[in-house]
Design a protein around this ligand. Structure first.
Ligand SMILES: [Zn+2]
Length: 291
C-alpha cells in the first residue's frame, strides 16, 4: 500500500477536497532524521499539510511551508514539488515532551508564538509568500487559519500521525475548501462529517484510504474524483547542487575546509552526506577565478 493523495470536487464545483495517506512518508522522515515521537507527529503533520496544499502545481513549481512557533522543536520546514515529492526537517529532532491528555504534545513542542509561512515558486519572477500567525502550533488549525488569512478561503483541515512502539503506525490528512458561491446549507452537514474524521490517524490505521476519507468528508454531497497521485518522501539534492553552493563560499572558507582531508556536506532535508576532497575544493577556487 503506497502513499497517495486524491482530489475531489463537489458536482456544483463549490467544495474541493484533498485527502492523503502519508504513513510511509512520515516513517521515512522519522528514520532519516532520528525524530522523537513528538517530532515525528509535528513534522509528520507538516509534511502532510505541505502535500495537501501542493495540488495544482505544475512542471518545476515548488512550495515551501515553514512554521516557527518559538517552541523547543525550533523551525519546521517542508518542501514539495509538483510530482508528489516532499521532504522536510526540524531544527531539534530529539525534543520529546510528556504526553498531554494522553496525546503527543505537538502544540507544546511547536509553540504558538510565531508564524506559518507558505512560499510558492511558480516560475514567475517573484515567488508568492503568505504568512499568518499560529493559533495553537497543532498545525491543522494553523493551516485553516492561514488559508483564511492569506487567501480568504474557508476551509477545514484534519491531520494525524499515530506513533506506536514500533514506529509510525499511520499518518495522513484531509483538507476541505469552500469556494465562493458554496451552499451555506451544506456547512452543518460538512461540520458533522468532519467531526467523525477528527481522529484521522486511527481511521487510517484501520486500513481506510484516501477515497474513503473523501467519501466520509463529503457524505450526503454529490462529488467526483479529479485525480490520484502517488506521493513520497524524496529529496531533490545532488552532489552537483551541493557543489554549486560550495562554490559560492569565500576563498578563505574553502581554504579553511581544505585543512581537512575530506569535507562532508550534509543535506538538511534528507541527511544524505556528500564528500568533497581537498582536490575538489582546490578546483572550486580555480573555477571561481575563471568565472
Ligand atoms: Zn537531500
Amino acid at each position: 500500500l503506497k502513499d497517495y493523495m486524491i482530489r475531489a470536487i463537489s458536482l456544483d464545483g463549490s467544495i474541493r477536497v484533498v485527502a492523503a495517506r502519508t504513513t510511509d512518508i512520515v516513517s521515512i522522515a522519522r528514520e532519516v532524521h532520528n525524530l522523537s515521537n513528538t517530532a515525528t507527529a509535528a513534522l509528520g503533520r507538516l509534511l502532510t499539510a505541505g502535500l495537501l496544499v501542493s495540488t495544482g502545481m505544475k512542471g518545476d513549481d515548488t512550495l515551501t511551508l515553514r512554521v516557527n512557533g518559538g517552541g523547543p522543536l525550533g523551525n519546521l520546514i517542508v518542501d514539495a514539488d509538483a510530482d508528489g515529492h516532499i521532504r522536510g526537517y526540524v531544527s531539534h529532532p530529539e525534543v520529546e515532551l510528556p504526553l498531554k491528555n494522553g496525546k503527543l504534545d505537538v502544540g507544546g513542542a511547536v509553540g504558538s508564538e510565531g508564524q506559518m509561512y507558505l512560499t510558492k515558486d511558480l516560475g514567475l519572477k517573484e515567488p508568492y509568500t503568505g504568512s499568518a500567525r499560529l493559533i495553537s502550533g497543532e498545525i491543522a488549525e494553523d493551516m485553516t487559519y492561514f488559508l483564511w488569512q492569506s487567501e480568504q478561503i474557508r476551509s477545514a483541515t484534519t491531520l494525524g500521525v499515530l506513533v506506536g512502539k514500533e514506529g509510525v503506525l499511520a499518518a495522513g490528512g484531509l483538507l476541505l475548501q469552500l469556494l465562493p458561491g458554496y451552499d451555506e446549507g451544506l456547512v452543518d452537514n460538512i461540520e458533522a462529517n468532519f467531526a467523525d474524521l477528527s481522529d484521522i490517524s486511527r481511521i487510517i490505521e484501520t486500513g481506510v484510504g484516501p477515497e474513503e476519507l473523501v467519501a466520509r468528508a463529503l457524505a450526503g454531497i454529490d462529488y467526483r474524483i479529479i485525480d490520484e497521485k502517488e506521493v513520497s518522501f524524496t529529496c531533490r539534492c545532488s552532489k552537483d547542487k551541493v557543489a554549486a553552493a560550495l562554490i559560492l563560499l569565500e576563498d578563505e572558507e574553502l581554504l579553511e575546509m581544505m585543512g581537512d582531508e575530506r569535507t562532508v556536506a550534509k543535506c538538511h532535508f534528507c541527511g544524505e552526506e556528500y564528500v568533497f576532497t581537498r582536490e575538489d575544493l582546490r578546483e572550486f577556487i580555480k573555477n571561481k577565478k575563471a568565472l
